[in-house]
Design a protein around this ligand. Structure first.
Ligand code: URP
Ligand code: ZN
Ligand code: ZN
Length: 458
């Protein structure tokens, strides 16, 4: 199949130009100021539209077991929502049950995803125990194209410093990038114990108080120091606090290989949401922090201290969140966002907070480089035709009714955006057009990845 997207403004991190894009068999085969049309049927008119690289959401938890329930979107509904929000690649986080291999866990998730995923997907490994057996898997993980692993510093399956340091060293030797959920387990546990002892559990505000700024700051700094001593790069997921941003920014000035992502929820909301009547609906970890943190995260988005925007998409139904009404510890953690991330950041560009070039760098190009999928992340000849046609004039109000996730609410209810995707193309196939999903379950392909750019290989 061969067709042309005509007359749009192509935007990549390094600039923009008006031109035509030819797509042949799912690959971008030509880009030029004017490509002679073949027949009218083979042309998509894009005059007045932006032609952007498809978004990459490098942090999701689809159909993930969480206590007695599962995150509300499976690989089908999650990737339908992704496609409708301009996301053409989804990176899902696997967990590792003690005694089970990381590759077996990935294989189990793959068997679920391959029948359901509507856009391309990749898996990060997960690790909850660091022992010779697990470390012996690293070489095979890299060979099979699973070149990143998430370690948690808190939760029941979190790693202690001994294990994290050992993992970082071994991962560096195998050129695997460790991503870290950084919150101080000690602080969170003690804070929780004290709140429970005092009977302070009946407000989402106590969730925030149990995981305040200091809990994230301390763990961010410790994770980076351990990585530095191990000679390893490190990637901090869902950064939410000001001091962490300042520290990461200063590390980057010293060319320390530390990378960070944040998510729209940390840019849009502050801890004030936990004082609201529906505060439990916003429970996630780390929680949103004070105004100063939100401002600093925006600084990082502008300055480059933050490399990637992802979603940490891990939604629950409102009735499940309400399990936390009298006891915040009972609410499942996590928020929705897979359909909102790219439009949210592009709206920020439309309002002049960042450039469109920076928005596509954060939402597509940087994750493609850091997580080793060089076929994605750029509108360029030879790359997968993963594209978003974006109308910068279109007004859109986010409301549960026009979202495609299985959740019964959205934290972004009523949020008004200027500019919105009007078409999403995944390897040449139109998977979303003007509010409608037009793709197909099972179309998405597993991406086996190269080594992260932080190892200097690509
Ligand atoms: O609250 C969150 N973020 N839930 C998802 C799991 C995680 O920690 O990323
Ligand atoms: Zn996390
Ligand atoms: Zn997560």
């Amino acid at each position: 199949m061969d067709y042309i997207i005509k007359g749009g403004t192509v935007i990549n991190p390094d600039g923009r130009f008006k031109g035509d894009v030819r797509i042949t068999d799912g690959i971008i085969s030509e880009i030029s100021p004017e490509i002679a049309s073949i027949t009218a049927e083979n042309v998509i008119e894009a005059d007045g539209l932006f032609v952007l690289p498809g978004g990459i959401d490098s942090h999701t938890h689809l159909e993930m077991k969480m206590g007695d329930t599962y995150s509300a979107d499976d690989y089908e509904s999650g990737t339908v929502a992704a496609a409708c929000g301009g996301i053409t690649t989804v990176f899902d986080y696997t967990l590792q049950e003690n005694g089970r291999s990381m590759l077996d866990e990935i294989q189990s998730r793959y068997l679920l995803a391959r029948e359901k995923a509507c856009v391309d997907y990749a898996f990060h490994g997960g690790i909850s125990e660091v022992n010779p057996e697990r470390l012996s898997e690293l070489e095979e993980m890299r060979k099979q194209g699973f070149t990143s692993i998430k370690a948690y510093m808190t939760y029941a399956f979190g790693l202690d410093d001994y294990s994290l340091y050992k993992l970082l060293k071994a991962a560096a030797a195998h050129q695997i990038l460790i991503t870290v959920h950084a919150e101080s387990d000690a602080m969170v546990r003690v804070n929780r114990e004290e709140l429970i002892e005092k009977g302070k559990t009946d407000s989402a505000w106590y969730h925030y108080l149990s995981r305040p700024e200091a809990a994230e700051e301390e763990a961010d700094i410790r994770a980076v120091k351990l990585a530095l001593a191990a000679g390893a790069p490190v990637y901090i997921v869902h950064l939410g606090n000001a001091a962490g941003e300042t520290y990461i920014s200063s590390c980057k000035e010293k060319e320390i290989r530390v990378y960070a992502e944040t998510c729209p929820q940390y840019l849009e909301f502050t801890n004030e949401v936990y004082k609201r009547g529906d505060g439990v609906r916003f429970i996630c970890s780390p929680p949103m922090k004070g105004e100063q943190s939100r401002d600093k995260l925006w600084d990082g988005v502008r300055s480059g201290a933050i490399d990637v925007i992802s979603t940490d998409h891990c939604p629950s139904q409102s009735y499940e969140k309400e399990w936390g009404i009298s006891d915040f510890t009972k609410a499942p953690n996590g928020l929705m966002g897979i359909e909102n991330m790219y439009p949210y950041m592009l709206d920020a560009a439309n309002r002049g907070m960042i450039s469109f070039e920076r928005a596509v760098e954060l939402c597509s190009n940087n994750p493609s480089k850091l997580f080793g999928c060089s076929q994605k992340g750029n509108v360029a000849v030879g790359k997968d035709a993963d594209l978003v046609l974006y109308d910068p004039q279109k007004h859109f109000t986010i409301t549960k009714k026009n979202m495609h996730s299985r959740t019964d609410y959205t934290i972004y209810e009523g949020k008004e955006l200027t500019g919105y995707p009007v078409m999403t193309v995944s390897r040449g196939r139109i998977v979303y057009r003007e509010g409608e999903f037009t793709g197909e379950a099972g179309y998405g392909r597993l991406i086996r990845r190269e080594t992260s750019c932080c190892y200097g290989m690509n």
